[in-house]
Design a protein around this ligand. Structure first.
Ligand code: HEC
Ligand code: HEC
Ligand code: HEC
Ligand code: HEC
Ligand code: HEC
Ligand code: HEC
Ligand code: HEC
Ligand code: HEC
Length: 339
């Protein structure tokens, strides 16, 4: 027993020492190098938001991204965003804000104002780039910090890969399956135990905070997601909801709603989160990771000051998005019999 107790920490410290050694000497070399040996992963990743989060103006232009009407493409350095909304940096690295109309909402194809008229630096690199160094400099006065590569590349999650590329050894690359890996970026603020809200919706990039208050708090993001694929493609890789919740899935299958095409996530991952567009009184544009529905018609979704969300989904968000002509009381009377 004694031996074992000593042995385990010793082994652990050796392992940690080895990883640290490899990591301190390793350098960031970029996804295009990983591609030579991990081609199929690369192809999925390249099409995902992670790869495209921060694009050089020329790449975004070629992809058909629109630009604010009062600047030319030659006035733009980077485009920020890919799936929901895009914002623009000028040639000094500041956000283009002069006349507003500077955020393009992709779903509605409408322009919105983002800090119109303000001088706004790009302080966002730690979550939008790979190998971010907050003390570094790109040489552009409007950009805080520096990075090795734009976007969330392989090495943002696997650590710098120059040594692994030579040795091809799994021992020289990190594979971290924890939610806290994703939680470095899919979080808002420093406190993982709260869910910041604003304007009647949960704010975006808080999936880690939501998950921690959900019944799935002990699951990893990669239990459900393939980290290399886009959201809609990445889920159900290993398990869909019915794999773990067979009784509820079986019951639901027989209902009128199931026949009409309503799915588990329509209710259990309601659109309580907003990044770009408010689609309706009960609908933002990002699915929540809270999962549990509170069927009390008087349960609040938010704290009285509106600054934080509770750790459940209320019936307004779960049901009235589709049943717009009904009330919360109606939903409460039907909710226990949905399954
Ligand atoms: C010259 C070929 C080559 C290149 C380039 C390469 N790898 Fe690998 N990689 C391998 C081989 C071989 C394995 C081991 C596969 C196995 O054991 O099944 C591997 C395994 C891995 C694993 C899994 C490790 C594990 O514990 O299972 C990861 C993650 C990985 N590579 C990431 C990367 C990243 C990131 C890059 C780019 C920085 C990269 N690789 C570049 C050949 C390469
Ligand atoms: C370095 C920061 C960072 C890390 C680490 C990170 N993400 Fe992301 N993630 C982002 C950003 C920024 C976006 C927005 C990019 C987009 O979708 O346009 C994003 C988008 C996504 C999307 C939507 C992408 C799409 O194309 O539909 C999923 C799903 C996702 N991340 C899952 C994960 C998972 C799972 C992990 C951990 C294995 C993870 N992320 C780790 C920053 C990060
Ligand atoms: C958002 C974080 C993230 C990014 C970006 C990412 N990976 Fe991974 N990768 C992971 C995680 C987490 C696992 C472990 C997944 C699991 O076991 O469920 C993994 C697993 C792997 C594996 C081993 C298992 C497998 O799926 O074959 C390889 C090889 C790999 N990644 C290579 C890459 C390469 C190459 C890139 C870039 C083109 C990349 N990864 C980008 C997080 C990431
Ligand atoms: C703590 C990490 C983090 C910081 C800091 C951060 N973001 Fe993000 N951002 C994310 C993640 C994760 C996503 C995607 C998930 C989501 O929105 O729920 C995202 C999404 C976005 C999107 C939409 C992406 C798309 O594909 O449409 C834009 C635009 C954006 N962020 C701009 C900014 C700007 C501007 C800043 C700095 C002022 C910033 N972000 C700071 C993590 C971060
Ligand atoms: C890998 C297995 C797994 C997958 C996949 C999974 N769940 Fe769960 N789920 C669990 C576990 C474990 C619990 C926790 C049960 C507990 O707390 O007793 C849970 C709890 C829940 C609860 C709360 C149950 C309660 O008693 O309040 C809901 C609702 C739920 N899951 C919905 C979903 C939905 C919707 C999906 C698909 C998006 C899903 N789950 C995918 C394992 C899973
Ligand atoms: C129309 C909305 C809706 C759909 C679709 C839906 N659910 Fe539910 N689900 C509910 C409501 C409401 C409750 C809460 C019932 C209660 O507390 O009495 C619930 C409860 C649950 C629970 C917790 C059960 C318990 O004992 O408390 C699980 C697990 C669950 N659902 C999984 C699923 C899965 C898996 C699917 C897809 C096959 C699904 N749900 C589809 C509305 C829905
Ligand atoms: C229980 C399974 C499950 C877990 C655990 C889980 N997700 Fe998801 N996630 C989903 C499903 C299902 C979707 C919806 C996919 C779709 O659009 O069809 C989704 C969507 C997303 C999206 C895109 C949201 C949108 O509306 O487009 C992001 C970003 C994301 N997840 C990140 C994460 C991160 C980060 C974690 C860990 C902190 C995580 N997820 C944990 C099941 C899960
Ligand atoms: C994604 C859209 C959607 C969501 C979310 C949704 N429903 Fe439905 N519901 C439908 C559709 C479609 C039907 C089929 C009949 C119809 O058109 O009304 C239906 C039918 C019903 C019916 C039977 C017909 C009736 O009107 O009496 C009840 C009861 C019901 N829903 C309750 C709920 C409850 C409770 C919730 C939330 C827990 C919910 N629904 C969430 C789309 C939805």
């Amino acid at each position: 027993m004694r031996m074992l107790k000593l042995f385990i920490p010793l082994m652990c410290s050796l392992l940690i020492a080895q990883t640290t050694f490899a990591q301190t000497n390793a350098k960031y070399i970029g996804a295009d190098t990983c591609k030579t040996c991990h081609g199929s992963i690369y192809v999925h990743w390249k099409a995902s938001g992670h790869a495209n989060m921060l694009r050089k103006a020329e790449d975004a232009r070629k992809a058909g991204v629109p630009k604010p009407d009062y600047v030319g493409w030659s006035d733009i350095l980077y485009v920020v965003g890919f799936k929901w909304k895009t914002r623009y940096l000028n040639n000094e690295g500041y956000f283009i804000t002069e006349k507003g109309r500077n955020q393009f909402n992709i779903e509605t194809e409408k322009w919105a104002d983002y800090h119109a008229g303000e001088v706004k630096k790009y302080t966002c690199g730690e979550c939008h780039t790979t190998g971010y160094d907050e003390t570094g400099s790109t040489g552009y006065p409007g950009i805080v910090g520096s990075w090795a590569f734009e976007g969330i590349q392989c090495e943002a999650c696997h650590g710098p890969g120059s040594i692994h590329t030579k040795t091809r050894s799994p021992a020289d690359i990190i594979v971290d399956r924890s939610s806290s890996l994703c939680g470095q970026c899919h979080i808002r603020g420093e406190d993982p135990t709260v869910i910041p809200a604003k304007g009647g919706f949960i704010r975006h990039h808080e999936q880690y905070q939501e998950l921690l208050q959900s019944p799935h708090k002990n699951m990893n993001c990669v239990t459900c997601h393939d980290p290399h694929k886009r959201a809609g493609l990445s889920t159900y890789r290993k398990f869909d909801c019915s794999y773990c919740h067979a009784p509820e899935a079986e019951e639901f299958k027989e209902t009128e709603m199931a026949e009409a095409g309503v799915t588990c996530t329509d209710c259990h991952m309601a659109y309580i989160v907003k990044t770009a567009v408010k689609r309706g009184p009960w609908e933002g544009d990002i699915k929540t990771h809270l999962f549990r529905i509170n069927i009390d018609p008087n349960a609040p979704q938010f704290t009285p000051d509106g600054k934080y969300s509770k750790g459940w989904i209320t019936l307004g968000f779960a049901c009235l998005r589709c049943h717009a002509d009904r009330s919360v009381e109606w939903a409460a009377s039907r909710a226990p019999y949905v399954h």
